[in-house]
Design a protein around this ligand. Structure first.
Ligand code: TMP
Length: 193
């Protein structure tokens, strides 16, 4: 089972994905947690590249997809063994940031996503929804995507994705406390483990 966490920078998805990982591990579930970009040695190098340079949006897109292609080599066998994989960002990030945010063609991004994932899809996606102004206040470090206007487009893009696939994407109000958000996530997953 593949579970993904999505949301703009500062939405709390890294904290929540770690909490879910610990929660499931304590219950004896075979569970793995990776983040994108990264999660493999090559992927971590690609992450460094992405974080170190001002890159053309097309370069950015291809590097995120390259990191994902490497990560799939690790994730696919785990899913085939029936284990649980939690991803802190996945294909929706590329649609939201490079597509809705940077204005690159959404269909092209969908095709690239399909190419690198070979059709691997999340069973459930937790979208932590938050106003960019609130999210930016929470961020300790600057990121390459901390322009409020860009984050507004990214957030709207995420909401479009959630509207189009309500059976997969669970939209969560991330302006609430860490506890409240986590309790929503656990209630949603109740009965699945
Ligand atoms: P992180 O801060 O959640 O680790 O993500 C790193 C940054 O990369 C974050 O600002 C979002 C961005 N990103 C994209 O723009 N496209 C993608 O496909 C992914 C996975 C991340």
């Amino acid at each position: 089972m593949l579970i993904t966490f999505e949301g703009i920078d500062g939405s709390g998805k890294t904290t929540q994905s770690r909490r879910l990982f610990e929660f499931l591990k304590e219950r004896g579930v075979k569970v793995h947690l990776f983040r994108e970009p990264g999660g493999t040695e090559a992927g971590d190098k690609i992450r460094e590249l992405l974080m170190s340079f001002e890159l053309d949006p097309k370069t950015e897109l291809l590097l995120f997809e390259a990191s994902r292609a490497e990560l799939m080599k690790v994730v696919r066998p785990l899913l085939e063994r029936g284990e649980v994989v939690i991803l802190d960002r996945f294909t929706d990030s590329t649609l939201a940031y490079q597509g809705y945010g940077r204005g690159l063609d959404l269909d092209l991004i969908r095709r690239l996503n399909d190419l690198v994932t070979g059709g691997i899809k999340p069973e459930v996606t937790f979208l932590l929804d938050l106003e960019p102004s609130v999210a930016l206040k929470r961020l300790k470090e600057k990121t390459r995507f901390d322009d409020p206007k860009l984050l507004e487009r990214v957030r709207d893009g995420y909401r479009e994705i959630a509207k189009a696939e309500p059976e997969r994407v669970f939209l969560i109000d991330a302006s609430r406390s860490e506890e409240e958000v986590f309790s929503d996530i656990v209630s949603f997953l109740e009965g699945k483990f």
